[in-house]
Design a protein around this ligand. Structure first.
Ligand SMILES: Nc1ncnc2c1ncn2[C@@H]1O[C@H](COP(=O)(O)OP(=O)(O)O)[C@@H](O)[C@H]1O
Ligand SMILES: [Mg+2]
Length: 261
C-alpha cells in the first residue's frame, strides 16, 4: 500500500512539474505568436502575423532551401501535395507564400488553390471569395477578375472557387496550361496547392506541368509505405519531387540550438 501511495505521489509530482514546464514554455516571448489588427486570417498563418516568431523562421528556412535550388535558378512553379489528407499542405503553402513575398527582393508571388474538391485556402485567409480556379478553367471568369490580395501587394491569391463535377479533367485541360503560362509571365513564383495524391489524381496532373512538387509529410502519422506509394504515383506522372516538408514536429533538440538572438 505504502509503495503504491508513494508511486502515485511521485507520478502526481512529476505531472505537476511537466505542467509547470509547459506553462513556462508558453510564457516565453519568442514562442508567442502576436496576432495583429482585426485580421480574419487564421492564426496558423504565423508568417503573416509574426514574421519574427520561431515558427516563421522555419518557413524562412524552407524559403531559403527552395531559393537556393538549381544553383540560384530556383523553380518558378511549385506544386504542394501530400500522401493523404490533413497533413498540413494548405497551412504550409500559405506560410511559404507569405515568407517568399516577405523576401527583400519583394518577388511577385501567386498562390493558387487547385484543390477544387475540398479547397480551404480562402477559409485560412479569412475571406469569402466564392469565385476562383474553377471559374477560370470553365471559362466563367477571367484570372484578373478572381485574383485577390491581402496585406502584401506582391502576393496574390486565386481561391479554388466552386466545386466542379470533373476537377481532374479541368486541371488536365488546355485552359489550365494557358492560365499557368499567363501567370508565369506575370509572377516570379507560383505556388499551387493540390489535394493528396493517393486518393485522387489531381496533383499528378499539375505536377508535370509545374517545375516540381513539394511533398508534405505529417510526422508521427504518415507511414513509410504510404509515402513510398505517393512518390511512385508522382514518378509515374513524371513529376519532379523537389523535397519534403515535415509537419507536426516537436522540438526535441535543446532550445539553444534554435535560438540565435
Ligand atoms: N507544421 C505543422 N505542425 C503542426 N500542425 C500543423 C502544421 N501545419 C498544419 N498543421 C495543422 O494540421 C491541420 C491540417 O492542416 P491543412 O493545412 O489544412 O492540411 P491539408 O491541406 O494537408 O489537408 C490543421 O489543423 C493545421 O493547423
Ligand atoms: Mg488543404
Amino acid at each position: 500500500m505504502g509503495k503504491i501511495t508513494n508511486a502515485l505521489k511521485k507520478a502526481a509530482e512529476e505531472r505537476l512539474e511537466r505542467i509547470e514546464k509547459i506553462s513556462r514554455l508558453k510564457e516565453r516571448e519568442d514562442l508567442i505568436v502576436k496576432k495583429i489588427g482585426e485580421s480574419n486570417v487564421d492564426p496558423s498563418i504565423v508568417t503573416y502575423f509574426d514574421p519574427k516568431a520561431l515558427i516563421s523562421e522555419q518557413y524562412k528556412i524552407l524559403r531559403t532551401n527552395i531559393l537556393s535550388m538549381n544553383k540560384g535558378k530556383p523553380p518558378q512553379t511549385i506544386v504542394i501535395t501530400s500522401s493523404i489528407h490533413s497533413e498540413g499542405k494548405t497551412v504550409t503553402v500559405i506560410n511559404l507564400a507569405v515568407a517568399l513575398a516577405q523576401s527583400v527582393q519583394k518577388p511577385k508571388v501567386l498562390l493558387v488553390d487547385a484543390d477544387m474538391r475540398r479547397g480551404r485556402m480562402v477559409k485560412y485567409l479569412g475571406v469569402d471569395h466564392k469565385v476562383g480556379l474553377m471559374e477560370i478553367l470553365t471559362g466563367a471568369a477571367k484570372a484578373e477578375d478572381v485574383l485577390f490580395h491581402l496585406e502584401y501587394d506582391n502576393l496574390a491569391f486565386v481561391g479554388s472557387g466552386g466545386i466542379p463535377e470533373n476537377p481532374a479533367e479541368l486541371l488536365a485541360s488546355d485552359k489550365m496550361k494557358q492560365f499557368l503560362a499567363e501567370m508565369k509571365s506575370d509572377f516570379d513564383y507560383i505556388l499551387i496547392d493540390t489535394p493528396p495524391i493517393i486518393p485522387v489524381t489531381d496533383a499528378g496532373i499539375v505536377g508535370p506541368i509545374a517545375d516540381g512538387v513539394l511533398m508534405v509529410v505529417q510526422a508521427g502519422r504518415t507511414q513509410r509505405g504510404i509515402i513510398r506509394r505517393a512518390e511512385d504515383l508522382l514518378f509515374q506522372t513524371h513529376s519532379k519531387i523537389l523535397g519534403h516538408v515535415l509537419t507536426n514536429i516537436e522540438y526535441h533538440l535543446p532550445e539553444y540550438i534554435y535560438r540565435y538572438l
